[in-house]
Design a protein around this ligand. Structure first.
Ligand SMILES: Nc1nc2c(ncn2[C@@H]2O[C@H](COP(=O)(O)OP(=O)(O)OP(=O)(O)O)[C@@H](O)[C@H]2O)c(=O)[nH]1
Ligand SMILES: [Mg+2]
Length: 322
């Protein structure tokens, strides 16, 4: 890929944007520096979007919901970018927005940009290039950025740390509707959407919504400026989507007015910087043959209970310094 110019991105050229994100996702260092040069040139144009994550267990209707919500936002005059984060794709080789994408209408709309999740990456790698992709989308003039992520492992927390609003989607019929409560994801969510409120599932959806409202009442909110809410909808039948969009706008206004959004974004950027430093140093240790051999020896001793973990860590760090 040849690097697009900052002007091409700024003009809203979707193909240039796609190329820039490919560079940001690349493991090649020359690609990474091209992406960094682009981001440096464009950073002043970034930051203008409502950043929303849509998370939830497989099959709850996230993609259907993102498409309905995206189309609603476009009808209201916005430009919408959708990014997929799927750390499980390193195992399955698949992609949540790959062959089973249902965002056909959104994908065809010139006011939308839909980007599937790249396969074969670590969560740390995904987190870094998704942050960069959000900034690139904003620089390209997309004022709504939606990150769809499937609820597995640590991905929810990583994605919550790159958006203004983390939305947890639940649906009846999966048999384990309270998994969000059990796994502690509810603490991250400032909005819970109970989807599939239609047909045979409508009554169950209502009950789940009541359960989650009760659960939320027991939690301390993430910020005093926003009390988490529960919203019912049917993405399939396109009902409740306008209300959902309204809640998202109210959340944006509440966080914007109070200064919470800027504080949150600044804290997120700082945390991302340190995460990047940690990852890079760790990679340097692992990729250095003698250093990683030494670390493995020490690890064996820690396993055998011969030395303490902190001692072993200090030996590795000392060796790294030399
Ligand atoms: N009844 C009903 N079915 C829905 C609704 N929304 C989505 N579905 C159906 O649920 C299934 C899964 O929808 P997706 O949108 O692909 O769900 P997802 O959460 O994105 O799935 P993954 O990306 O695989 O985790 C599909 O068969 C949809 O048609 C809804 O509001 N009501
Ligand atoms: Mg999906």
């Amino acid at each position: 890929v040849s690097a697009p110019t900052p002007e091409q991105i700024a003009s809203g050229d979707r193909r240039a944007l796609a190329r820039a994100i490919t560079l940001a996702e690349s493991t090649r260092s020359d690609h990474r520096s091209e992406a960094e040069a682009l981001l440096t040139a464009l950073i002043g144009r970034a930051g203008g979007a409502i950043r929303v994550a849509i998370s939830g267990a497989p099959g709850v209707g996230k993609s259907t919901l993102v498409e309905a919500l995206g189309r609603h936002a476009i009808a209201a005059g916005h430009r919408v970018a959708v990014l997929a984060v799927d750390p499980s794709s390193q195992v399955s080789g698949g992609s949540i927005l790959g062959d089973k994408t249902r965002m056909e209408l959104l994908g065809r709309d010139p006011r939308a940009f839909v980007r599937p999740s790249p396969a074969g990456t670590t969560l740390g790698g995904v987190a870094r290039h998704t942050r960069d992709a959000i900034l690139l989308c904003e620089a390209a003039g997309f004022d709504v950025v939606i990150v769809e992520t499937v609820g597995v492992g640590q991905s929810e927390a990583a994605v919550a740390a790159m958006v203004d609003l983390f939305v947890l989607v639940i649906a009846p019929g999966g048999g384990d509707e309270l998994q969000g409560i059990k796994r502690g994801i509810v603490e991250l969510a400032e909005l819970i959407v109970v989807n599939k409120q239609d047909g045979d599932l409508a009554a169950a959806a209502g009950r789940i919504a009541a359960d989650y409202r009760a659960a939320l009442g027991l939690l301390r909110p993430v910020t005093p400026h926003w009390q988490p809410e529960v919203q019912l909808c049917s993405a399939l039948e396109n009902r409740g989507i306008a209300d959902l969009w309204h809640v998202i706008l109210r959340h944006r206004d509440a966080l914007g007015r109070s200064g919470e959004r800027e504080r949150r974004r600044a804290a997120q950027a700082r945390a991302a910087m340190w995460a990047e430093i940690t990852e890079t140093v760790l990679t340097m240790v692992r990729e250095d043959a003698s250093l990683s051999a030494r670390a493995n020896e020490l690890e064996a001793k820690v396993t055998a209970g011969e030395i303490t973990a902190s001692q072993a860590a200090r030996h590795v760090i000392d060796a790294f310094r030399r």
